[in-house]
Ligand binder design. Structure first.
Ligand SMILES: Cc1cc2nc3c(=O)[nH]c(=O)nc-3n(C[C@H](O)[C@H](O)[C@H](O)COP(=O)(O)OP(=O)(O)OC[C@H]3O[C@@H](n4cnc5c(N)ncnc54)[C@H](O)[C@@H]3O)c2cc1C
Length: 697
């Protein structure tokens, strides 16, 4: 907890109000406790100041009250497992330097610092997460805040035509925990074929059977029914996975709609991906379980881990002859500083940050570096290429007749704030209304493959549910577009479906804008430039609209908000031509940028890292984050990123520990469940069935 000595008037009065209103006033009557209470009061006021400074004041009037309530009722703010310490001074030399304390970087710092004789430095450009970033319903308030890098793509005419300047907003976390602090916490692992395909590209060790133990390793599955399925799920890991504590009647209805459409109800992270199911979330007791919280906090007392916040890395240092990565330069407290790594530098700066930093350090396409006047260290044409993302179409909403959906001005009030703070449930634990998921096949997918090409993200809310205050801003929609399309249905009860295209064939890229490390790179999304993507996306939209016609959804009076989009009005509604135009207007990123430093064999000229995630031609440098995906996985990518980091950490240990040290560590780590799995597999080989363990049955 950061305590800010000079209190703002609003902060003090909310903290005071809370003390008066609560039974604590009686307790505080005792002199000893009064001291503690005044410390708590200071802490509450400090938390309010910090969170409002980061997120912005006045966006939501309930915020100061909510923070005060959380700080007051939440014992874990004072728990020893609190935020990691931010080192005052960075030492000169470490064994490993990790650049970027995001999803992957948090896992790596945690796992590598398990080895007491290794000294680790974690450099993060942002600061700490706050009480407000913990609240699932409010995650959209974090977009465009100080925790967001606030990237915008270059204007292109294939997508995002309804956005300001025709530029898509690419939110990325600039905070310890990275994008895991801003994301919607959906826990989806992808499809076994994704990883088998990675292996088939020439990446041994990355097949589904190879990587499945790493998913289980980090997982702490809190749904007892799913946890029984030990082949697919782990318990006792650092990363909590739980069901949503809050659902509306629309979630179960959506599953019934799936059955009407002929799909199974499945555990989408289990045996079969195709089908409908409730989402699971990376939450712990209703609050965000960010990568920083789950992986770094348990390591905060380790002396061999130095976490340096507000440290913007500007360059990877390399040896002039061997090209070996020797350290990094970074800006902290306005000063350019240097730290050296005796073993490895690991880039975990994300799919934009990692290739950007490589190019700034002379590692990338030679002609690109020459263009901006940077000296070449190593020519690697694939750096910044192969950019992939998942897109959906925004604004697909269905009006309903009952006051049951997530309408923000009804959901966020003093009662729900107190309920969240005291009982850790209620509407504020809803991840912006996301409730259920479907993996379906359009006519372009082979249904017998169980490799669906569209995912429905079902929400009990849509763009109009907050009266145009946050979603519109986060997505960068123009005011005219919002007013024309949704003005008349602002704050009405609706549910929404985002049809997300799972395996895009279009590829974007990242270029340097300048050799100044503080200037953002140029981002080219290239969405919908491949005709197959247009076809799949269009069919996905048609399927989403059809879903609203099921009996299960009609029970609520569901009717598609069918107003024609301003740029497509000239085309007959509901035709393929109309939808082909519509998908280019409110094109919505699902924030899954990946692939910009892809893994591949030495024979692949576009590969940036080898299957051990070591950068080709630059010894001592690895990339471990979303950038290394050769192809994007079939679903939201956070769980795969955590898996990549778990596997990456293990490969580093295997290289640098002696074989006996490594074996000992693995034996200690291997959780009980893995033994059970081996046993179960042996039983299966002997002919016993698996069905009693299968969460889908
Ligand atoms: C709004 C949003 C919603 C999402 N929702 C979901 C979801 O519900 N489910 C899901 O599966 N996925 C979701 N994702 C995607 C998922 O969160 C990301 O793919 C994942 O977090 C990426 O992890 P990473 O480690 O590659 O990068 P990040 O987590 O982005 O980490 C990169 C870190 O590096 C730091 N950094 C960058 N450059 C530098 C530098 N030069 N010096 C120092 N530090 C630097 C950054 O500040 C950041 O902390 C979402 C993402 C966003 C943004």
């Amino acid at each position: 907890m950061v305590v800010v000595p000079a209190l703002g008037a609003a902060a003090s009065s909310v903290a005071g109000l809370l003390f008066k209103a609560s039974s604590a006033s009686t307790v505080a009557a005792s002199a000893g406790l009064a001291v503690g209470a005044s410390k708590l009061s200071l802490a509450i006021a400090g938390a309010i100041k910090l969170a409002t400074a980061i997120i912005g004041v006045g966006k939501l009037t309930i915020i100061p009250f909510l923070i005060a309530a959380i700080a007051y009722y939440n014992y874990d703010l004072f728990d020893p497992e609190n935020r990691p310490f931010n080192v005052k001074e960075v030492d000169r030399v470490y064994d490993f330097i990790i650049v970027g304390g995001g999803s992957a970087g948090s896992v790596l710092a945690s796992r590598l610092s398990e080895i007491p004789h290794w000294k680790i430095l974690l450099l993060e450009a942002g600061g700490h997460e706050t009480e407000i970033s913990d609240v699932p319903l409010l995650s959209l308030y974090l977009h465009k805040s100080k925790m967001d890098w606030k990237y915008r793509t270059q204007p292109q005419n294939t997508a995002c035509q309804a956005m300001k300047d025709k530029r898509c907003c690419w939110t990325r976390g600039k905070v310890l925990g990275g994008s895991s602090v801003l994301n919607t916490m959906l826990y989806i692992r992808g499809n076994r074929r994704d990883f088998d395909q990675w292996a088939s590209f020439g990446n041994p060790g990355w097949s589904y059977e190879d990587i499945l133990p790493y998913f289980r390793k980090s997982e702490d599955q809190r749904n007892p029914y799913l946890a029984k399925n030990k082949r697919y799920h782990g318990t006792g890991g650092l990363w909590t996975v739980q069901d949503s504590p809050y659902n509306t009647p629309l979630g179960p209805a959506f599953l019934q709609a799936g059955e009407e459409m002929g799909y199974d109800i499945v555990d989408v992270n289990g045996e079969q991906q195709t089908g409908f199911g409730f989402y699971q979330f990376n939450m712990r007791r209703g609050s965000r379980a960010s990568a920083a919280k789950c992986f770094l906090r348990p390591a905060r007392l380790r002396k061999n881990l130095h976490v340096a916040l507000f440290s913007h890395t500007t360059k990877i240092l390399t040896h002039p002859e061997t090209k070996r990565a020797t350290g990094v330069q970074f800006i902290r407290n306005g000063k350019l500083q240097t730290a050296y790594a005796t073993r490895e530098v690991i880039l975990s700066a994300g799919a934009i940050g990692s290739p950007h930093l490589m190019m700034l350090s002379g590692i990338g396409p030679a002609e690109e570096l020459q263009r901006v006047g940077l000296p070449l260290v190593h020519h690697l044409p694939g750096v910044g290429q192969n950019l992939q993302d998942h897109i959906a179409v925004g604004g697909i909403a269905f009006l309903i007749d009952y006051p049951i959906s997530v309408v923000m001005n009804r959901m966020v009030n003093i009662n729900t704030a107190l309920r969240y703070a005291i009982t850790e449930d209620g509407p504020l634990t809803s991840s912006v209304g996301l409730e259920a998921v479907a993996f379906i096949n359009t006519k372009y997918a082979n249904a017998s493959d169980d490799w669906p090409d569209i995912s429905f993200m079902m929400t009990s809310a849509s763009v109009m549910s907050d009266g145009g205050s946050q979603v519109k801003e986060a997505h960068g929609l123009t005011q005219e577009f919002y007013d024309y399309m949704y003005g008349e249905v602002s704050n009405r009860d609706v549910f929404g479906v985002f049809p997300m295209m799972l395996r895009p064939k279009s590829r974007g890229f990242i270029k340097l804008a300048s050799k100044n490390p503080l200037r953002y790179p140029l981002l080219y999304h290239n969405y919908l430039t491949h005709p197959d993507d247009v076809n799949v996306m269009r069919e996905g939209v048609k399927a989403a609209v059809a879903m609203g016609e099921t009996k299960a959804m009609k029970r609520f009076g569901a009717r598609f908000w069918s107003k024609q989009l301003p740029n497509c009005k000239h085309l007959p509604h509901y035709t393929d031509e109309y939808w082909n135009c519509a998908i280019r207007q409110y094109t919505m990123t699902i924030y899954h940028m990946s692939g910009t430093a892809k893994m591949g064999p030495p024979t692949d000229p576009w590969a940036v890292v080898d299957p051990q995630l070591r950068v080709y031609g630059v010894p001592g440098l690895r990339v471990i984050d979303a950038s290394i995906m050769p192809t994007i996985t079939n679903g939201n990518i956070h769980a795969p990123v955590i898996m990549i980091a778990e596997k990456g950490a293990d490969m580093i240990k295997e290289l640098w520990l002696t074989p006996s040290e490594y074996r000992k560590k693995r034996q200690l780590e291997e959780p009980l469940e893995l033994h059970n799995v081996t046993e179960t597999l042996q039983q299966e080989e002997r002919g016993t069935t698996f069905s009693n363990l299968n969460g889908n049955s």
